[in-house]
Design a protein around this ligand. Structure first.
Ligand code: NA7
Length: 858
């Protein structure tokens, strides 16, 4: 690569693990590199945080570099969880081994950086008043390195000693014979309190929020990891494709679907393993469903309670304010047990707030405490603090601080629009703190190195994300975190620990595997979402790397790994068996008031139905529901979770009525059964617990087809009266060749080939233009019930759904269509699996409610 010798090709801020690997990697590319480091040695976090008990909460065999097999082999970790001194000496060893120190300026803080449009270079100034320039400016300044301000009144008046966990004296502190007050019960507090209390005369902990901590079970490297060096290559590769960057089991089943006893057994094992990155992965719903999470939270609470002798102290120390894992869970060694000592106490400062720090100690509202030392373990201005403390100015004099006033806007957590040739390692918007940091650091550094190589090969000088890509990524990140429980905690993940900080979920919550796929896809598509500058002018490669909603992406990725043969290659019997097997793995829906299975008289014999009754007092209106499955698959119970959800949300009795299936019973059997079902429901409404006259129809996919057809048949037959129709991604036109049919022909779950297969089983070509098969093609579309039609952006049936709504509207009906961006054909019925479709489900329920009369609404 070309090297600019007058200044540097690359300037790096920080000489922690990210900075160290960057220096090594940039050198490999033949670039000149200089790192600036505030401390007087390498190590970053592990240089500064020297408080007693400081350890990593990721196992040492995982929390280590993978880029050099020799380094991997020569280094020996002594414990499951390495101590701060051991990790620091590992960082020092890496620096020595690769001779990295010669490219680091120690004790030199970077204060500002300005992009120079003329020269296309960054001008970087340090606290030592030097100015250096570079082509690429890379922040490797850490996610938890900028301490939170000491935001407690009176700190400066205290005449004893003040210690802060993040900048602990290098020679240690002797607390013997001292009265010590400690503020903060995050990881730093929980790790240090037992050791401080071991030596101090008395210890008082000031706790604002009780925290979850699981026993670390530290000791020698666990048996199952002892041979890891002999299989490190495969082990590391496995780690790269996990959620948190640590190999381990991932539960595909749901906590709420498992018997209590089995759940407790699994939690017990999980607890004893002492690995925080495995906690939230035990079941698929732990981080997306509060009720599911509560099963683990309450298990943890009981474990914690059992360690504390004094029930009054237990009331204070047992965490209740947030779902487990929505704040980073801590690993502890004798933390809760420490409070059983007579000289250790805890003050609940939510009940008895700190009023001020005094010259001699801490005054709460109710009491004065005297201390020789106060320890602050109050945390960090996480993820953005260390980036914004430096005055970084991009194009058009815009500062990063201004740009991020309402939260960090960036692309992939790596690059920022308006800030060319600027990278952030493990920045907000990347998995960073929700992952094994060293693994994520390696991924970022290697991605940047590949990107710079690409630029070099293509004679490109500058790179910067486009506005579209940046906004798309921020929205994608928000949609991802909104699906989870993370926003429920007042955590530093959410920026909630720093007063005035924008409340956004800072890390990307989709996992390092999904994130790595995104970054790889961006690169594979010629750095999609970036614009490049160079001697040949600007090159723009605008676009969104992920166009579907994050949960849809996850589902599609999962299906890809399952490598299922397409339904259309199967016989109907095989397709039904496969569909049932898939259905069995779906999350269970919510509880309803009552569930009744029964039979009704279809057009040609008895058929099954399943009735879902709301928990509220009846009578209720009735929603007659028709399941999806292309007239071939499914039955009255196959959309169970969706029907439960619909019942609760619409406060109506939902009756899922089965109909005869093709190819055994072809057109118009399903439509005729649908009409028989609506007649039966209307006639039996009172005995079913419904309100006479309050009947709506709803259906998904082929069920949407039946619901639409039934409305036309009921109109033509002069009844029964139907209050409204809600058609979810319905099939309404068997002759459709619209753009959506073509754009989505190859994807997404419902393909064109599959739709053709369904039609072939259901109806002959000639029959497909019959309005009983294709309601859109009816001559008369007037006088139909009010309609809501739900369509999905990535559904072959999108345009026909939209066309039906328009045709109904044009014929004088109350009809509307809502197209949901980023959704696919199967999104809406997938309750629990596709939470981004919750808004659509709420809309469906609201439409049904609105269609029912005032009596029903009451
Ligand atoms: P954390 O996890 O942010 O913990 C900080 C603790 O300090 C937490 O208990 C806070 O209570 C408490 N705190 C912060 N400000 C105050 C004030 N003003 N008054 C009282 N208490 C306060 O930081 P750590 O250093 O422990 O750990 C950071 C990460 O490092 C950790 O997650 C691991 O990944 C490693 P709150 O919970 O906000 O009510």
């Amino acid at each position: 690569m070309k090297s600019h010798t007058k200044s540097f090709d690359v300037i790096v801020v920080g000489a922690g693990f990210a900075g160290l690997y960057l220096i090594h990697k940039m050198r490999e590319l033949g670039l000149s590199v200089r790192a600036f480091e505030k401390g007087d040695d390498v190590g970053g976090t592990w240089y500064w945080n020297r408080y007693p008990g400081a350890r990593c909460d990721i196992e040492s065999v995982d929390y280590s570099f993978s880029f050099d097999p020799e380094l991997e082999q020569e280094w020996e970790w002594s414990e499951k969880y390495a101590t701060q001194p051991e990790i620091l000496s590992y960082a020092q060893h890496v620096a020595d081994r690769f001779d990295l120190r010669r490219d680091i300026s120690f004790e030199t803080a970077v204060e500002g950086a300005v992009w120079d449009e003329e020269t296309s270079r960054w001008s970087v100034t340090t606290a030592k008043d030097e100015t250096v320039t570079c082509r690429f400016f890379i922040m490797a300044s850490g996610c938890l390195s900028q301490p939170k301000d000491l935001d407690i009144k009176g700190v400066e008046t205290f005449t004893g000693d003040i210690y802060r966990t993040h900048s602990w004296p290098h020679d240690g502190v002797d607390f013997s014979s001292q009265r010590v007050g400690i503020i903060g019960t995050g990881s730093s507090g929980i790790q240090s309190i037992p050791l401080i209390a071991e030596h101090a005369d008395s210890t008082v902990v000031f706790q604002r929020t009780a925290n979850y901590a699981i026993p670390a079970g530290n000791g020698p490297i666990p048996e199952e990891k002892q041979d890891v060096k002999s299989r490190y290559r495969e082990y590391r590769e496995e780690a790269r494709w996990t959620k948190g960057g640590v190999p381990g089991p991932v539960g595909m089943d749901f906590a709420l679907a498992v018997p209590e006893e089995e759940r407790q057994e699994r939690y017990e094992k999980l607890w004893n393993k002492g690995i925080i990155s495995h906690l939230s992965l035990e079941f698929a719903d732990l981080m997306i469903n509060e009720e599911a999470n509560e099963t683990l939270s309450s298990f943890a609470r009981e474990k914690i309670r059992s360690k504390i002798e004094d029930p009054k102290l237990a009331e204070i120390l047992v965490p209740t304010e947030f779902p487990i894992c929505t704040k980073r869970p801590c690993l502890d060694t004798n933390y809760f047990e420490t409070f059983n000592k007579p000289n250790v106490d805890v003050v609940d400062i939510k009940a008895d707030p700190i009023v001020t720090i005094t010259p001699t100690g801490i005054a709460t509202r109710d009491k004065e405490f005297e201390f020789d030392s106060i320890v602050f373990a109050t945390g960090f201005d996480a993820m953005t603090g260390a980036l914004l403390v430096i005055d970084i100015t991009g194009r058009g004099d815009q500062s990063l601080k201004e740009k991020w006033e309402h939260g960090p806007l960036n692309y992939l957590g790596l690059t920022v629009e308006g800030f060319p040739n600027f990278f952030t390692i493990t920045g907000p918007g990347s998995p960073s703190v929700l992952s094994n940091m060293i693994l994520s650091i390696e991924q970022h550094v290697e991605w940047i190195a590949d990107c710079l190589t690409y630029m070099d090969k293509n004679n490109l000088e500058t790179l910067e994300p486009t506005k579209t890509a940046e906004l798309g990524w921020v929205e994608y990140g928000t949609a991802t975190s909104d699906m989870t429980l993370y926003p429920l905690a007042k955590s530093w993940y959410m920026g909630a620990n720093v007063p005035g900080k924008p409340r956004v979920c800072l890390p990307y919550c989709g996992g390092v595997d999904a994130y790595r796929r995104v970054c790889n896809d961006v690169a594979a598509q010629g750095y999609l979402g970036f614009k490049f500058g160079g001697p040949d002018g600007e090159q723009m490669n605008d676009g969104l790397v992920r166009r579907q909603q994050p949960d849809v992406v996850a589902l599609l990725e999962l299906m890809e790994t399952m490598q299922l043969p397409p339904f259309e290659s199967m016989s109907p019997a095989e397709a039904r068996a496969t569909s049932e097997a898939i259905n069995a793995g779906n999350p269970p829906g919510p509880e309803v008031g009552e569930l009744v299975d029964g039979k009704y008289q279809g057009a040609d014999g008895e058929l099954d139905y399943r009735l879902y009754r709301p928990k509220t007092t009846g009578p209720h209106p009735v929603t007659l529901y028709f399941h999806g499955g292309g007239w071939v698959l499914g039955d009255h119970a196959s959309d169970d979770a969706f029907c439960r959800d619909l019942c609760n949300n619409s406060n109506s009795i939902v009756i899922s009525a089965n109909y005869r299936h093709a190819p055994e019973d072809r057109f118009p059997a399903a439509a005729d059964d649908g009409f028989a079902a609506v007649q039966w429901a209307a006639e039996n409404v009172e005995s079913l617990g419904g309100i006479p006259g309050e009947l709506a129809v709803c259906g998904w996919s082929a069920g949407g087809n039946i619901a639409a057809v039934v409305c036309q048949l009921a109109r033509d037959a002069g009844g029964p009266a139907i209050k409204s129709q809600v058609l979810i991604t319905p099939v309404v036109d068997g002759t459709d060749t619209s753009p959506s049919m073509q754009e989505n022909a190859e994807g997404f779950v419902l393909t064109r080939a599959l739709m053709d297969w369904f039609w072939d089983h259901y109806a002959d070509e000639a029959e497909r233009s019959d309005p009983k098969a294709s309601p859109l093609l009816a001559d008369n579309l007037a006088n139909l019930p009010p309609a809501l039609i739900i369509t999905a952006e990535f559904d072959p049936l999108r345009d026909q759904g939209n066309a039906y709504a328009k045709a109904l509207f044009d014929a004088g009906n109350d009809a509307r269509c809502i197209n949901y961006e980023g959704q696919i054909h199967t999104s809406f019925a997938a309750v629990g699996a596709i939470p981004t479709a919750n808004a659509a489900r709420a809309e469906i329920a609201a439409a049904l409610k609105a269609g029912f009369g005032a009596l029903a609404a009451a």
